[in-house]
Design a protein around this ligand. Structure first.
Ligand code: MSP
Length: 510
């Protein structure tokens, strides 16, 4: 079985913020999970570098788009993946020849099969979104734009585009798209995004302008070099050009179809335009489009343009990368909006990580050192708890099939919470005083080790470094990522506990 997961490719007009990082760590956690199931997994991320938004930013910074994009990719976007400890298998830039060639092949195919025509048009365009807007997408402006209609996302007026260019016959695909939605309810998730897009399609689709001739920062239309390809049409194709579309059939067959993790604001491109493009080109429709919610700061979508942007390092420098990954993947229901606040992050860090799993592991390891000289008792886990470990593993694994990452994390933490309660109930330090209770003490500590082992394996895709430390602490051998996640509860442990490196040090507020 294979699993191909993608993030959107990010605009390089600016540096990454935690909204982007949220998307990336979610895709990475899913990829790591599927890898740990033993599936043939591939994770792709990258950068979206063409179009007016990037061109204007480069010009405003006295740079060429080539220099600007190179600089941002190398100094900000690739390092961001290190900051977030992302194990992507590939990184695609839309300025690469492999992408350009694939886009041109795809476009030529659509042109040759009659899905593209030349026409005149006039429309409103938001360069911030790189999107044509209809009146229903606009809202009344405020402040300097009082009295004008503005883009609901960027709060700025749109620009009127009036040119002759090439169109994709999107309108022809309405029925087939509705059929796709009805026959494959899982194709677009969550249901809120699916319902919204289904109504959007049912209301009727307009053909889409897919080329521009008033600037040249883009991929040339192969049969008419005065035009460059519309940036979204170019961008969506990254998902196939990166895996060898039109170039390496074996790789393409092996990876495709993909699972796209996108913010809900760009779900329309991925689940209306993209499947129509796939139908027109005769390639298989993507496996899934999952539209997650927004990170809100102060009740608004966090964004750099509205000055509410927070960089990932601001958080990882203080709390560490695993706390970052854990926080965003557990505190926010994947699919809904979620508010970020430093107070919430700090409180979950201390209660769930430092006092929750960190404290549990260090206490159990210390007791095994103290009462059994570091030898792990080989008793089976107490049946009721063994059942919980197995059940939590199955439920977490099922949650991942539904992309419900927060539920999978909650299952792992149900084990941690239960074990903390179990220690309080069984009071091993009292049992240790009574030789007659030696076997019971052994059972209690063995149960704890097995449960921590299960939780560590389940948390490895979410918190790779901390899970590895936990693993070493409980005497696990090798790389925890080599464990099979569906067997997380069958791990029986090794002979001896190891050293537990500090996991989640307390953070004093300065
Ligand atoms: N370049 C396009 C995507 C092309 S994919 C073929 C793009 N880029 S983006 O950099 O503007 O946004 C990338 C992703 O970041 C989107 O999925 C968007 O939803 C997400 N987010 C941007 N701000 C966000 C939040 N505040 N919260 C959550 N996700 C956010 O769109």
């Amino acid at each position: 079985m294979g699993f191909y997961v993608t993030t959107p490719i990010f605009y390089v007009n600016d540096v990454p913020h935690i909204g982007h990082a949220y998307n990336i760590v979610a895709a990475d956690a899913l990829a790591r999970w599927h890898r740990m199931r033993g599936e043939d997994t591939w994770m792709l991320t990258g950068t979206d570098e063409h179009g007016q938004k990037i061109l204007r930013t480069a010009t405003a910074n006295d740079s060429t788009p080539e220099d600007w994009t190179d600089r941002l990719v190398e100094s900000a976007w690739k390092p961001n993946l290190e900051v977030l400890n992302v194990a992507n298998d590939d990184f695609i830039r839309t300025t690469e020849p492999r992408h350009r060639d694939g886009v041109q092949k795809f476009l030529q195919r659509l042109y040759d099969s009659g899905y593209i025509y030349y026409g005149e048009f006039e429309a409103e365009y938001c360069v911030g979104c790189e999107e044509y807007k209809t009146s229903t997408d606009l809202v009344p402006g405020q402040g300097e734009y009082e009295g004008q209609q503005v883009c609901s996302i960027h709060s700025r007026p749109t620009e009127t585009v009036k040119e002759a260019n090439y169109f994709f016959k999107l309108s022809e695909f309405q029925d087939r798209l509705l059929e796709l939605y009805d026959s494959r309810p899982e194709y677009v998730q969550p249901a809120s995004v699916r319902n919204e897009l289904r109504s959007f399609i049912a209301a009727g689709l307009n053909d889409l302008s897919i080329s521009r001739s008033t600037f040249d920062w883009g991929i040339k239309v192969p049969w008419d070099e005065k035009h460059v390809v519309y940036v979204w049409f170019d961008a969506l194709l990254n998902y196939i050009t990166a895996i060898g579309y039109g170039e390496d059939d074996e790789s393409f067959e092996r990876r495709w179809p993909g699972n796209h993790i996108v913010g809900k604001d760009i779900a329309r491109f991925h689940a209306v335009i993209w499947p129509a493009m796939q139908m027109a080109a005769g390639i298989e429709i993507s496996e899934r489009v999952y539209g997650h919610g927004w990170l809100l700061v102060g009740g608004e979508k966090m964004s750099k343009s509205k000055a509410t942007g927070i960089s990932p390092e601001q958080i990882t420098d203080v709390f560490g990368v695993d706390a970052f990954r854990f926080y965003f993947l557990s505190a926010i229901h994947f699919g809904s909006d979620g508010s970020f606040s430093w107070e919430d992050l700090d409180s979950r860090y201390h209660s769930e990580l430092a006092n929750g799993i960190g404290n549990l592991a260090s206490r159990v390891i210390a007791m095994i050192n103290k009462y059994f000289d570091g030898q792990i008792p080989q008793n089976a886990a107490e049946p009721a708890l063994a059942e919980l470990f197995a059940g939590a593993t199955d439920r977490a694994n099922a949650a991942i099939d539904e992309f419900q990452i927060h539920d999978a994390v909650a299952e792992a933490f149900s084990i941690v919470d239960r074990l903390n309660g179990y220690i309080t109930e069984t009071t091993p330090w009292v049992l240790a005083k009574d030789e007659a209770q030696r076997d019971r003490l052994a059972e209690v500590l063995a149960t704890n080790i097995r449960g921590i082992g299960t939780a560590a394996v389940l948390l490895a895709p979410i918190m790779p470094e901390s899970a590895q430390k936990l693993w070493q602490g409980i005497g696990g051998e090798g790389d925890i990522a080599d464990q099979r996640i569906q067997d997380a509860s069958s791990w029986v442990g090794s002979d001896r506990v190891g050293e537990l490196p500090p996991l989640f040090p307390r953070i004093e507020q300065s």
